[in-house]
Write a protein that binds this ligand. Structure first.
Ligand code: SF4
Length: 328
């Protein structure tokens, strides 16, 4: 008998948001994410094919997942990503399709992404200084990122959210200039605390965002606000609503109690929590001829593995994998 109840984990949290990593490759080497000499990529033959992705996401959508975010590594490195976007945005139940990108290739794809159902994007931008971006990402790429952002704006992707990983003594002196940049371009700025995911995350210069939030709230007279999107950010808004800034604070003030998401890696592994190792392998099932009902049952079993919360503070050495393997 088909069970149509929506996906809920063991802590009564509805799971309605899936982050899909379409590749673990990236053209950048952000210091808090992927080591410069990283070689542990997944073999392409183990990548889920577009048919397998469409079938699996279709099953998740039947069970209530309505938000889908394409991530990586850098998702725009996956060939024909816009084709995949078109297929996924057409799936019954998927109401919101978005993309997280470093924007270095966005100028070539922005319009096609828009035309294939991607409505909004998040762009990683940790500095507005050329040398500093090169230091953080390992590449001289600020000009490409800015060109990508402007192309995204031009194509009508909206909102465009800027993700800045705030690092103590690295880019925390640019918080005000990043605020000014986002006000000027109408981007929604989000500051993110570094997380101890992989050795790179553990070595990152963590910056507690609570004092930053308080300072900006006082300086701009910001009010608590809500921005659509279903993610973990807590937002502040200017009284005239023209400027919004979000804070993603997994360490100083976590948001696990309202977690609504899981992550599917490029090889079909479902990571039920960014800060834990509980996972479920879908590729063998997909390649083993599982039925649609069997797939839905497997999804429910996978979600039942989802832990209550991360232990970044208690066990900062726990997560070995790098952020690039699950797409943040
Ligand atoms: S750490 Fe895990 S439980 Fe907490 S918000 Fe992230 S994915 Fe959800």
């Amino acid at each position: 008998m088909t069970d149509h109840t929506l996906l809920t984990d063991n802590f009564q949290r509805p799971i309605e948001y899936l982050r899909l990593s379409v590749t673990d490759r990236c053209d950048l080497r952000c210091a808090y994410c992927m080591p410069e000499d990283f070689k542990g990529y997944e073999e392409p033959e183990n990548w889920l094919t577009f048919d397998e992705i469409e079938r699996l996401i279709g099953a998740f959508a039947r069970l209530g997942v309505k938000r889908l975010r394409l991530t990586g590594g850098e998702p725009l490195l996956r060939r024909d990503l816009t084709g995949l976007a078109g297929r996924l945005s057409a799936l019954p139940g998927i109401e919101d399709l978005s993309l997280s990108t470093n924007a270095t290739h966005l100028d070539k794809h922005a319009q096609a992404l828009r035309d294939n159902g991607i409505s909004r994007i998040n762009v990683s931008l940790d500095s507005l200084q050329r040398e500093r971006i090169e230091k953080i990402t390992g590449r001289d790429c600020l000009h490409k990122i800015l060109a990508g952002l402007m192309a995204g704006k031009e194509a009508g992707l909206a909102p465009i959210k800027i993700n800045m990983v705030a690092l103590q003594g690295v880019n925390d002196d640019e918080i005000d200039s990043m605020v000014a940049f986002c006000i000027e371009h109408g981007f929604i700025l989000r500051f993110i605390e570094a997380m101890p995911v992989g050795s790179t995350g553990r070595e990152a210069q963590f910056l507690d965002l609570q004092p930053v939030k308080q300072r900006l709230q006082e300086r701009f007279g910001l009010l608590e606000g809500v921005i659509p999107g279903g993610g973990p950010a807590r937002y502040l808004k200017s009284a005239d609503g023209k400027f919004s800034v979000g804070f993603i604070t997994p360490i100083s003030q976590h948001f696990c109690e309202t977690c609504n998401r899981v992550r599917l890696a490029v090889d079909g592994t479902l990571y039920t929590c960014l800060g834990q190792d509980e996972k479920f392998e879908f590729r063998p099932l997909l390649r083993g001829g599982i039925s649609d009902q069997g797939l839905e049952d497997a999804i429910r079993l996978a979600i039942s593995l989802k832990p209550e919360r991360h232990e970044f503070r208690e066990e900062p050495r726990k997560i070995i994998r790098f952020m690039s393997s699950t797409g943040g």
